[in-house]
Design a protein around this ligand. Structure first.
Ligand SMILES: [Fe+2]
Length: 464
C-alpha cells in the first residue's frame, strides 16, 4: 500500500514531510562567511516518518530529524539524520505508524504498549562529549556529534531515575555543569518532578524529587547564579481526560501560575512556591538573581498561545490574548508572602543580560503564512530599551536563530545570528548569516540548501 499523508495543514505545503537523510558537502555560499563561524549548527525538529495512526496529528508529534551545518575554513557541509528512537525503529520495521496521539499512550497500537514513546524532536544539546537529542516525555537519546548516528537512550550510567528529561537543560558556561529536570517523572499526568545537576564529565551529582502544585506541561525553566526556578503554567494534564481520548494537554485559566524556587544544590525542603495570576509562558529569555531578588524573563501571554491544546471548558481560541510580551517576574525571597511582581520588560532597562534575541512577528511587514509564523528576528538591547528587527524577506519566514560570538573574547551580543530561512512560496530553504551590529542590513552570507528544511524546534551552536 502506498504511503499517503493526510491533506491537512500539518502535512501539506511547507509542512509536507521531507524525510530526507543524507549529506551535501560544500554548500553554495553567496557573500563571505565570517572567520568566526568555525563550528557546527545543530538543529532538531519533527518530520513524520509515516502517516499518523489516527488520521491527523499535531506538529509536535513527528519523528525527530537532526541536521547539522559544519562551518570550517569558509566552507559549509550539511548532514541530516533521523534519530533512531525506540518508536522510530518499531515503526520502520512495521512500515507504518504504531503510536497514536501526542502524549497519549492509550491511543497506541497494542503491539507497542509500554514502549518508550519519545520522538527526540525538540532540542539537540552537546554535553560531556555527547550530543543529546531531547523530547520532554522520555529519556535523552545520544548521537555521534560527527555522523549523527544514534548511540541509544542515555541514562547517565544508569543514574537517571526519572522517566522523562526536559528539552531545555541549562549548561553553566563557567563550570560545565548541566542543570535539568523531568516532569511527569513517574508517568503521564503525575505531579512528580525530578531535578538533577550533572557535572561536566556527565555524572549526576545532585538529585531532588518534589511535586508540582498541579499536573501541567513544564517545557522551559530558568537557572540563575544561585537558584533554579520551576514555572508551572496552566497547560494542564489529567489522566482521566487523556484516557477519555481528549488532548493530553489543555488550557485551564482557572489555575494560577506557580514559580518554584530552589537553591541550585538545595533539597526538597528548601523549595518555595510563589503564586501569581494565570499566564501562558512556554519559553524564557533569561533569569538571574541579585541577592534574594530572583528575576525571571518570560515570553508571556494573558491567554493560551497553543490552539492545539484547547481550552478545557471549550472556550474559543482568542488570538488577542495569545499575543506574547517579554515580561519580568520578580520574586523577593527576603519578603513575606508567596506573591511576585510582574513588569512589561520594555520599560525596564536593566542588567545583567544586556542583549536578547527572539523570533518576532512584524505586523508592518507582509506574511507569507499565517500570523502565528515569524517573518522577522528581533534583537532586544536592554540597556537602551531598544528593539531592532530584521525582516526575512517577502514570502519568507525565519526558524529559531543561534548566536555566534564575533571572537572568543567578544562583548555580550557582539557577533552573528545564523538562521534557517523558509522560502515559503518556493517551498525551499536557505541559511542566512546576519551581523548583529547591523541586523536589518542584508545578510553577510547566504547558504543555499538543496533540500527543504521543515521547521525545526530548537538548535545549538557548538564552537569547533
Ligand atoms: Fe522549547
Amino acid at each position: 500500500m502506498a504511503t499517503t499523508f493526510p491533506d491537512t495543514p500539518a502535512f501539506t505545503g511547507f509542512n509536507e514531510p521531507c524525510r530526507f537523510e543524507g549529506e551535501v558537502y560544500d554548500l553554495v555560499v553567496t557573500g563571505t562567511l565570517p572567520p568566526a563561524l568555525a563550528g557546527t549548527f545543530y538543529r532538531c525538529g519533527p518530520d513524520p516518518q509515516w502517516p499518523p495512526l489516527l488520521g491527523d496529528d499535531v506538529r509536535f508529534n513527528g519523528d525527530g530529524m537532526v541536521s547539522m551545518f559544519r562551518f570550517a575554513g569558509g566552507r559549509v557541509d550539511f548532514r541530516s539524520r533521523y534519530v533512531r528512537t525506540e518508536k522510530f525503529v518499531l515503526e520502520r520495521a512495521a512500515r507504518r505508524a504504531l503510536f497514536g496521539a501526542y502524549r497519549n499512550p492509550f491511543t497506541d497500537d497494542p503491539s507497542v504498549r509500554g514502549k518508550i514513546r519519545g520522538t527526540a524532536n525538540t532540542h539537540i544539546i552537546p554535553h560531556a562529549g555527547t550530543l543529546l537529542a531531547l523530547k520532554e516525555d522520555s529519556p535523552p537519546v545520544a548521537l555521534d556529534p560527527d555522523s549523527l548516528e544514534t548511540i541509544g537512550n542515555w541514562d547517565f550510567a544508569g543514574k537517571l531515575t526519572s522517566q522523562t528529561f526536559t528539552a531545555h537543560p541549562k549548561i553553566d558556561p563557567a563550570t560545565g555543569e548541566m542543570f535539568c529536570f523531568g516532569y511527569a517523572a513517574t508517568g503521564i499526568s503525575t505531579r512528580d518532578v525530578a531535578y538533577y545537576v550533572i557535572d561536566a564529565q556527565g555524572s549526576i551529582i545532585h538529585e531532588v524529587w518534589f511535586e508540582m502544585p498541579y499536573a501541567a506541561m513544564m517545557h522551559d525553566w530558568v537557572v540563575t547564579q544561585d537558584y533554579v526556578v520551576f514555572p508551572v503554567v496552566p497547560i494542564t494534564s489529567d489522566i482521566e481526560r487523556t484516557k477519555a481520548g481528549r488532548p493530553a494537554f489543555m488550557w485551564d485559566d482557572r489555575q494560577d501560575v506557580f514559580l518554584g524556587v530552589l537553591p541550585r544544590f538545595g533539597t526538597a525542603s528548601d523549595l518555595r512556591w510563589f503564586r501569581g495570576p494565570c499566564r501562558f509562558a512556554a519559553h524564557f529569555m533569561n533569569g538571574w538573581n541579585d541577592g534574594p531578588l530572583v528575576h525571571v524573563d518570560a515570553v508571556a501571554a494573558e491567554g493560551n498561545v497553543f490552539p492545539f491544546f484547547p481550552d478545557v471548558r471549550g472556550a474559543a481560541f482568542d488570538p488577542q490574548k495569545a499575543l506574547t510580551y517579554l515580561t519580568r517576574w520578580t520574586i523577593d525571597l527576603a519578603a513575606d508572602g508567596d506573591g511576585y511582581t510582574e513588569t512589561r520588560l520594555s520599560a525596564t532597562p536593566t542588567l545583567p543580560n544586556a542583549h536578547g534575541f527572539m523570533l518576532s512577528a512584524d505586523p508592518d511587514k507582509p506574511y507569507a503564512g499565517n500570523k502565528l509564523m515569524f517573518n522577522s528576528v528581533a534583537h532586544h538591547d536592554y540597556a537602551r530599551a531598544k528593539t531592532t528587527l530584521a525582516y526575512a524577506g517577502d514570502g519568507c519566514g525565519f526558524q529559531e536563530p543561534v548566536f555566534v560570538p564575533r571572537s572568543p573574547g567578544a562583548s555580550e551580543g557582539d557577533g552573528y545570528l545564523v538562521i534557517v530561512r523558509n522560502r515559503l512560496l518556493e517551498r525551499a530553504s536557505d541559511v542566512v548569516v546576519l551581523d548583529v551590529a547591523d541586523l536589518s542590513a542584508d545578510p553577510v552570507a547566504t547558504i543555499a540548501v538543496p533540500v527543504r528544511l521543515r521547521d525545526a524546534i530548537h538548535g545549538s551552536w557548538v564552537a569547533a
